[in-house]
Design a binder for this molecule. Structure first.
Ligand SMILES: C[S@@+](CC[C@H](N)C(=O)[O-])C[C@H]1O[C@@H](n2cnc3c(N)ncnc32)[C@H](O)[C@@H]1O
Length: 189
């Protein structure tokens, strides 16, 4: 049976700038969740050692730290200025930008990691195009996200496939509404 979430999601009725504030974002629970999701995402994508990785929607940098601790170089972008300021205070290389308009040259990254972000996209096709543009040929992307339903997750995967990505969804604990984790794991061919 296909699933859909029963509760309202913040992205259904707010903008990132209203919902995310660096001052209230950093709880120990959020840190743990972001770290665990990032570890799992990196396991699923299996990025080659010492890759240059773009973290899309990097927030205050919890995921970036995990990426760097695994020996990669991380560059982050986020649309909310206070989140980027905090990431920079940590010494991370992060800039304010929208995921649909990335401030990088073509072929800049070996991989893209995005944790709990792409469900905020207003135009996912534009995001997929940007991911393709900034990734090197044969580059990979992994995005953990919170789709409204299984059907929406499949449509989102199709949008990336339409831009030349191959791969699909990996869903941990699919039957468990609260523990279910959805990842899109794809590579350019
Ligand atoms: C749950 S946080 C994820 C944070 C990050 N993974 C971490 O380790 O803390 C989601 C982030 O997505 C960002 N975001 C939402 N829409 C965005 C967009 N259009 N472009 C870039 N970032 C966006 C938010 O500002 C927020 O910081």
């Amino acid at each position: 049976m296909s699933w859909q979430v029963k509760h309202e999601r913040p992205e259904d009725n707010s903008e990132p700038g209203e919902y995310f504030h660096a001052s209230s974002y950093e709880t120990s629970g959020m840190r743990r969740t972001q770290e665990q999701l990032t570890q799992r995402a990196l396991e699923l994508l299996a990025i080659p050692p010492k890759s240059r990785v773009l973290d899309v929607g990097c927030g205050t940098g919890f995921s970036m730290k995990v990426i760097e601790n695994q020996g990669h170089t991380a560059v982050g972008i986020d649309i909310v200025e206070s989140m980027i300021e905090k990431a920079r205070e940590r010494g991370l290389n992060a800039v304010v930008a929208d995921m649909a308009d990335l401030p990088f040259e073509k072929d800049s990254f070996d991989a893209i990691v995005s944790i709990s972000v792409i469900q905020w996209a207003k135009d996912l096709k534009a995001v997929a195009k940007e991911f393709k543009r900034v990734l090197k040929p044969k580059g990979g992307m992994v995005a953990q996200f919170y789709p409204f339903s299984e059907d929406e997750a499949k449509s989102m995967a199709k949008i990336f496939a339409s831009q030349g990505f191959q791969g699909g969804l990996a869903i941990d604990q699919p039957e468990h509404a609260k523990k279910r984790k959805v990842f899109l794991v794809m590579k350019l061919v």
